[in-house]
Ligand binder design. Structure first.
Ligand code: GLA
Length: 363
């Protein structure tokens, strides 16, 4: 791993740090103005910067061992750099003026598995800019600017969950968030429970196209039902007049919003786990964003006596799943489940949370 000092020969003058997140419940609800329940993870991204007296920004990404040069007049062609570029452009539009910078990024958030490495990069960049300039950007504004960077500059029509989680969540409490009003509350995990995240080892293919298609279907369903967003539908029988697959999409969003609200009020790990299991079934059958390997991994977790519940997490189409487990059995559960997963002919698969430094494919 390289440091800012090693790459640029000087110390940085500002540093921003932000975590990845895992979503416990409430997937594909945020762009429907609904409810989500993410929690921050220990893996985080560190962005260091210093004015460089040059004409170009110089951005070094440790994970890729790549240096990119750009100005704010043209987006860089390297995809990862568009997240940083987007943050610089949106921050400038919000009144954060800086001179041209040297920027160094390093991260332990795994890329492309559904743990929000992009939101961590955006929020860490904006936090570093806040520290550099002293401009008062509150944490919600940082999340909004980060989302704008992703939507307008990285070309992903995401909701606001990931950026709000990276900016406002912590690793001990889940963030119960109403994505329409941004009202939120920190919720402790149910007593005697802990989070386990396993990667299926299957890259998230189709994630962008499938995600955008689901989003368009929801917008179409909301339009036909005469509401601003599917969050405004409380009874999925209202969708009976719609053609398939719109009916099923509506059923997922309505039932998922209901599960998130119930989980936020629930003090019991078994009950919370059942809501996670139901969420997986809904994401698999009604929203159709699972894949066979994730279904298998989730089924192994659900069958384990020390697991309260499990589901795919994030956008789906590959990547990771999350389980709520007995804290004292996390290691045993992970080992037993991954053994059976590999034994059934699925290569790959690894433990992402709990995080042991140096283990899970540091980005
Ligand atoms: C991605 C998006 C989020 C959210 C999830 C699915 O992580 O960035 O905004 O829509 O998918 O819940």
């Amino acid at each position: 791993m390289s440091s800012f000092q090693e790459i640029f020969g000087m110390s940085p003058v500002a540093v921003g740090r932000a975590p990845g997140r895992v979503n416990l419940l409430g997937d594909h609800t945020d762009y429907n103005d609904g409810y989500v329940l993410p929690i921050a993870i220990d893996q985080h991204t560190l962005v260091s910067m210093r004015p460089n007296n040059k004409h170009e920004y110089v951005l070094h990404a440790d994970a890729l061992d790549v240096t990119v040069r750009f100005t704010l007049d043209h987006p860089p062609s390297e995809h990862f750099a568009t997240y940083v570029y987007g943050c610089l452009v949106e921050a400038r539009a919000a009144g954060v003026k800086t001179s041209v910078l040297d920027i160094h990024v390093c991260s332990s958030v795994p890329i492309g598995v559904g743990l929000s490495s992009s939101a961590a990069l955006e929020v860490a960049t904006l936090r570093a800019l806040r520290s550099l300039t002293g401009v008062q950007l509150d944490d919600v504004l940082i999340a909004r600017l980060a989302q704008l960077a992703e939507v307008k500059h990285a070309g992903v029509r995401c909701g606001i969950m990931d950026q709000m989680a990276s900016s406002l969540a912590d690793t001990r409490n889940a963030l119960f968030l109403d994505t329409r009003t941004l009202e939120r509350r920190l919720i402790p995990l149910p007593p005697v429970s802990a989070v386990l995240v396993l990667d299926s080892g299957v890259p998230r293919s189709l994630a962008d196209s499938g995600y955008n298609r689901r989003r368009a279907e929801c917008e179409e369903a909301a339009r036909r039902l005469g509401v601003t967003a599917l969050r405004d539908i409380h009874d999925s029988s209202a969708s009976r007049a719609l053609p398939e697959p719109l009916q099923r999409r509506v059923r997922h969003v309505v039932s998922e919003n209901d599960r998130v609200r119930r989980a936020a009020a629930c003090k019991n790990a078994e009950e919370f786990g059942e809501l996670m299991n139901a969420s997986h079934a809904s994401l698999r059958d009604d929203y159709e964003v699972s894949i066979p390997q994730l279904d298998y991994l989730v089924a192994l977790l659900q069958a384990n006596p020390h697991v309260y519940g499990a589901r795919l997490t994030g956008a789906g189409f590959g990547g990771a799943c999350v389980a709520l487990c007995e804290p004292s059995r996390l290691k045993d559960v992970a080992a037993a489940v991954l053994y059976s997963y590999n034994d059934a002919g699925h290569p790959g698969g690894s433990v992402l949370v709990p995080f042991t430094k140096g283990s899970a494919n540091p980005a």
